[in-house]
Design a protein around this ligand. Structure first.
Ligand code: FE
Ligand code: FE
Ligand code: ZN
Length: 288
């Protein structure tokens, strides 16, 4: 695996989760209000799965707006209810259909990212879970899609798949359309899974590179964690208010191997809190 070229001289690409309730263009405007140049949004009700009617004109207006405002890539998020490796067939079917529909919609805002949780194997075992996830991706991904689908690194709560770089790689290597997939690394999740980004960020990234390949890393979820390393809890904290701490998270945005990636805040905040975090991170960012 080759180390990706160091990404110097990039602007910080930073944003938070934004509500899709008023459509695409409105999300762009909300992002600018926050001082952001990217964002994440749930493609459908995150805890249910219902989807808003599609407004193609609104999507077009957003694409223009994003260009005019120099946005980086947007990181859409699949709903939590989607479990690609569920034991029940109808749940896997929902995951497949929902992802297929989401990806076809994503073509209205082409060239962005779509990130999803690999899911929980609910007792069937990792091996079967990994098979199911790869199977679903092989059925849903299309050679002509412009969206890159990102597997998210998980904390390992319950029977979650994706708690180790090895598990992520085992899924990735089973996917046929290799240029349509990548990884979204969540700092809270990898910390909770046991990766020591506080004492050895370089070492963790080296492991990522050796096992998965840093060229696969397309986005970062920038979160602090309420719990100790290895807790497998997955409870996000505000930047600097958790066990990872501000210093480490600032070194994540400034790491030469991570520059140029979109950083998405999933911190427990409202508008004002995100504004403050974005402002602080911009101040701490070294554009060099
Ligand atoms: Fe997530
Ligand atoms: Fe996340
Ligand atoms: Zn999480």
């Amino acid at each position: 695996m080759t180390m990706r070229k160091e990404r110097w001289k990039y602007m910080l690409i930073i944003g938070s989760h934004i509500s899709f309730s008023k459509g695409y263009e409105d999300m762009g405007k909300q992002a600018v209000e926050l001082g952001a140049n990217t964002f994440a949004f749930f493609t459908r009700n995150p805890r249910g799965g219902s989807i808003k009617a599609l407004d193609v004109k609104d999507a077009k207006r957003f694409v223009e707006f994003a260009k005019e405002n120099n946005f980086g890539k947007i990181v859409a998020h699949a709903p939590y209810t989607m479990n690609p490796c569920a034991q029940k067939e109808e749940l896997r079917k929902f995951a497949k259909e929902a992802m297929a529909e989401d990806l076809s919609r994503m073509e209205n805002i082409p060239g962005n990212y779509y990130n999803f949780h690999p899911g929980s194997h609910v007792g069937q075992g990792e091996k079967i879970g990994i098979e199911y996830i790869a199977e679903l991706l092989n059925e849903v991904l299309k050679s002509d899609q412009s969206t890159t689908v990102l597997l998210e690194t998980m904390a390992g709560k319950g029977t979650e798949i994706g708690k180790s770089f090895e598990q992520i790689q085992q899924i990735l290597e089973k996917v046929e359309l290799q240029d349509k997939i990548g990884v979204c690394m969540d700092t809270c999740h990898i910390w909770d899974a046991g990766y020591d980004i506080v004492e050895d960020l370089d070492g963790v990234l080296k492991q990522f590179d050796e096992i998965i390949g840093l060229y696969r890393l397309k986005a970062v979820h920038l979160n602090d964690s309420m719990n100790v390393r290895g807790s497998k809890k997955d409870r996000h904290a505000k930047i600097g208010e958790g066990m990872i701490g501000k210093e480490t998270l600032v070194s994540v945005i400034n790491h030469p191997l991570l520059k140029g990636l979109p950083f998405i805040l999933e911190t427990p905040n409202e508008i004002e809190g995100w504004k403050k975090e974005i402002k602080m991170l911009k101040e701490e960012y070294k554009e060099k």
